[in-house]
Structures are given as C-alpha cells and as structure tokens.
Design a protein around this ligand. Structure first.
Ligand code: AMP
Length: 114
C-alpha cells in the first residue's frame, strides 16, 4: 500500500529502530513507548486490520507471535512476563491500519486496560 506508514517501514523507506526481521515480519520500537520496552511486530504484507485476516495469513500471524516471544527473551523479561496487544478499528484503539502486535514489557501491567 503506497500510503501506509508501516509498509514504508517494512520496505526501509521510513527509518525505524528494528529489533527483528525475517522474510515475513519486521519488529521495531514504538515511537511513543507505553512501557520500558514497546515493540511493534508487523507482517511485511499489508493486512489492514484483524477483520481482514484470511486463512492464508495464519502462518504470518504465528510468526508475529514467535517474533514477540524471541524479542521478550532478548529484552530479558520473558520469564517475568509481558503483554501482547492487537487493537482493531476505532473502538479498539487502532490508529495505524496495517496490522501490528504490540509487545510491552519491563513493568507491571494492569487489568482491565484503559
Ligand atoms: P495502534 O493505536 O494500535 O494502531 O498503534 C499504533 C502505534 O504505532 C502507536 O503506538 C504509535 O506510537 C506507533 N507509531 C506510529 N508511527 C510510528 C513510527 N513511524 N514508528 C514507530 N512507531 C510508530
């Protein structure tokens, strides 16, 4: 998608602090972190929201969670615990319409979320 900021990050056209990349996913630090570690894991292929997920996207969603697990290990909070979040559409708080997994760690999380 030409006007998608996360497609541009995936392509390397917009800078981001990458912490992980493979053939199908990229992970980079959030510009406005909500925890000591706040990383976004995205598929390289444009998928706008969870609502647009197709059966053929299941493998890349699995890779996104695998990347989050590995990054939590690298960042040192895998055992302590962390949170993963996917926001969907306006009521879910989604502001960038290229699906992304938030990985938040390094502090105690609270429930319910805001
Ligand atoms: P959401 O509200 O779930 O759509 O999350 C979008 C996230 O993208 C927010 O946490 C923003 O801080 C983050 N964000 C937006 N633009 C960038 C960017 N260029 N680089 C890194 N993070 C970004």
């Amino acid at each position: 998608m030409d006007d998608c900021i996360f497609c541009k990050i995936a392509a390397g056209d917009i800078p981001a602090e990458r912490v992980f990349e493979d053939d199908h996913v990229v992970a980079f630090r959030d510009l406005n972190p909500q925890a000591p570690t706040h990383v976004l894991v995205i598929p390289k292929r444009h998928i706008a929201t969870l609502n647009e997920l197709k059966p053929e996207d299941e493998a890349v969603i699995g890779r996104m969670y695998g990347a989050a697990r590995d990054i939590a290990e690298q960042e040192g909070f895998a055992d302590a615990g962390y949170r993963t979040v996917v926001n969907c559409n306006e009521a879910g708080g989604q502001t960038v319409f290229h699906i992304h997994l938030h990985l938040l760690g390094g502090r105690m999380m609270h429930w319910p979320p805001g």
